[in-house]
Design a protein around this ligand. Structure first.
Ligand code: NAP
Length: 260
């Protein structure tokens, strides 16, 4: 399995695959022009190279994790080696059609997020016209090992980008706001942060595993005349849910613009 581009996402994928145990270090090959980035990855016993062609020659499955504007030049470089390969592109806004038109590879487009490094990634993927059921199974197994993954229609990739691609930043922002409120109420920075982040983790974990609907979970914390309900009133008055919906839609709109 190869990864072209050992930057933020490429190295998070490599580290996640290794951590999850889905691949052994010697099964992961990463290419990047920067020797320094490669040295860091080589310390994890991964195979590394500055030569994208060598990587494609040696790998059956190749993740493309370079910035969207670099995808075309990478494809040009390896086009003649692409027949019989599965290319998994994580480049925002780059369609499977674009890659299929420039290579002979089978193509799957995926939208991961940075939480793969802690094996809590939320990702989705769309198969291109040449991808097989087996290719989908490979991608489901690889991305699934980093957290959760779902197959979606390609026209919905911008929505996925808004929710889970950009999403970690929105949740970090909420954690920061909760921490700041804690500090304003007199808690130390460290304690306020721990309480905020662990509460977010616990709420996410419960939402994913509980049999109760999200509204029931909210009701369970909001006892009548209790404390939580006072906070919920402020969230409703300030229309925080509307603001969050708008934020996600703005990110999705931008993803749509970039994909034109
Ligand atoms: N970061 C995220 O949270 C996230 C989430 C979802 C999807 N993505 C997608 O993932 C892709 C990578 O994003 P990123 O944040 O990881 O960017 P990044 O940190 O800039 O990583 C891209 C890496 O590719 C290298 N590179 C550039 N040209 C190359 C070439 N011709 N061959 C091989 N490697 C090359 C870059 O090296 P130089 O720095 O030397 O140019 C850099 O190390 C993007 O397409 C983005 O849309 C990112």
């Amino acid at each position: 399995m190869g990864i072209i581009g050992g930057g933020n996402l490429g190295s998070a994928l490599a580290e996640g695959f290794l951590k999850s145990g889905v691949l052994r270090a010697e099964e992961i090959f990463v290419s990047d022009p920067e020797e320094e980035k490669l040295r860091k990855l080589a310390r994890l016993s991964l195979q590394v190279t500055t030569d994208n062609r060598r990587l494609v020659e040696e790998c059956d499955v190749v993740f493309i994790a370079v910035k969207p504007d670099r995808v075309e030049s990478v494809l040009r470089e390896v086009e003649d080696l692409s027949a019989g390969k599965l290319f998994v592109s994580v480049a925002a806004g780059v369609s499977t059609k674009f890659i299929e038109a420039r290579t002979r590879a089978r193509v799957i487009r995926a939208m991961p997020n940075i939480c793969g490094s802690v094996l809590k990634m939320a990702s989705a993927f769309s198969p291109g016209s040449r991808a097989t059921k087996e290719d989908e199974e490979i991608v489901t197994r690889l991305l699934g090992s980093l957290g959760t993954t779902a197959r979606v229609e390609e026209r919905l990739m911008s929505a996925v980008t808004g929710i889970s691609g950009s999403g970690p930043a929105f949740f970090f922002y909420l954690i920061k706001a909760v921490q700041e409120a804690g500090m304003e109420l007199g808690l130390s920075r460290e304690v306020a942060f721990k309480l905020a982040a662990q509460t977010a983790r616990g709420a996410g974990e419960m939402a994913l595993t509980s049999e109760e609907q999200i509204d029931e979970l909210i009701r369970r914390v909001c006892t009548p005349r209790g404390t939580t309900i006072e906070g919920m009133k402020v969230l409703e008055e300030r229309k925080v849910a509307d603001a969050i919906r708008e934020a996600i839609k703005a990110a999705a709109r931008r993803a749509e613009e970039l994909s034109r």
